[in-house]
Design a protein around this ligand. Structure first.
Ligand code: UTP
Length: 291
């Protein structure tokens, strides 16, 4: 059976980024760089690799620099050209005209509410969601792995990874059903930030989703959940049983760049892997550790 292709992706970027204050007072969290690329760039590149054509940013106050990042910076490019500098470094920031759409979330009422703000653009199409502060590094990327699974099973998919049981209460957790393959498991339930004793598994939702447009109807009357926010997890949980729901175990590395320690870990890991600086960074890290 063929399933409607995934051509649209929603990037919720309207959060306040309070864990990174004061860095995020005037700069969106999503523009903080891991080495030399902002978080949002990694997420947009990952989406493009999976064949996504429409990039939908859910923005809020103080977030317009995210959209500007994907503009052509005329003065910058002209000056660089005059000085004979290589412009290819800017290639990933070039968007096809008309491919970037922004909608506004005036008040950050939660992830579920942010997604609902994109309902008119999503329309009747299935769509992907990428949380840019979860950095997923894989070959292929996480959303591509999920699109490949979607082409088989259709319906709704979420990416998951396993964490130590005592950490589950910071995350959305799945209740696993039938295991379909090494990386694909049916989902029979979802719970946001459960107490350790109540958690149905140690598989946590990790920032990537492929959802059917019906989720917008469910979000429409979704009340507040954990943390007083309108939770996407609660809306997805209500769809289980009506539509196929699967978890894809991501094969790759995931860094929680919404937390400071995760951000530093990502910076170190990616710098160590870089051909142009890996050896230097390793020397520096060893020197610092020997202090
Ligand atoms: P987070 O809870 O990790 O981001 O939401 P935050 O609220 O910005 O960060 P802290 O906790 O205050 O430090 C995950 C993603 O969802 C977006 C965020 O921008 C982030 O990309 N988000 C969250 C919204 O767009 N709107 C919201 O109401 C909440």
């Amino acid at each position: 059976m063929t399933h409607k292709p995934i051509k649209k992706a929603v990037f919720p970027v309207a959060g306040l980024g309070t864990r990174f204050l004061p860095a995020t007072k005037a700069i969106p969290k999503e523009l903080l760089p891991i080495v030399d690329r902002p978080l949002i760039q990694y997420a947009v590149d990952e989406a493009r690799e999976a064949g996504i054509e429409q990039i939908i940013f859910v923005t809020g106050r103080g977030k317009t620099a995210i959209v500007e990042h994907f503009d052509i910076a005329f003065e910058l490019e002209t000056t660089m050209e005059e000085r004979g500098k290589d412009l290819s470094v800017l290639d990933p920031t070039r968007a096809t005209p008309g491919d970037i759409i922004t909608v506004r979330q005036q008040v950050p009422l939660g992830l579920g509410h942010a997604i609902w703000c994109a309902r008119a653009i999503v329309g009747d199409d299935p769509f992907a969601i990428l949380l840019p502060d979860e950095l997923m590094i894989g070959k292929p990327g996480c959303i591509k792995q999920m699109v490949e699974a979607y082409n088989d099973v259709g319906g709704n998919l979420i990416s998951v990874l396993e964490v130590p049981q005592e950490e589950v209460s910071s995350y959305g957790v799945i209740a696993p059903g039938e295991v379909k393959s090494d990386t694909l498991t049916e989902v029979t339930g979802l719970v946001e930030k459960p107490a350790v004793a109540d958690a149905p598994s140690n598989k946590i939702i990790s920032g990537r989703y492929i959802l059917q447009p019906e989720v917008m109807r469910v979000l429409e009357d979704q009340g507040k959940g954990a943390g007083g926010e309108i939770q996407l997890t609660d809306a997805m949980a209500r769809m289980i049983g009506d539509q196929p729901f699967h978890a894809v175990t991501f094969e790759g590395s995931r860094y929680d760049c919404g937390s400071k320690v995760g951000f530093v870990e990502a910076t170190l890991a990616l710098a160590l892997e870089r051909e142009d600086m890996g050896a230097d960074v390793r020397d520096i890290a060893e020197r610092l550790l020997a202090r």
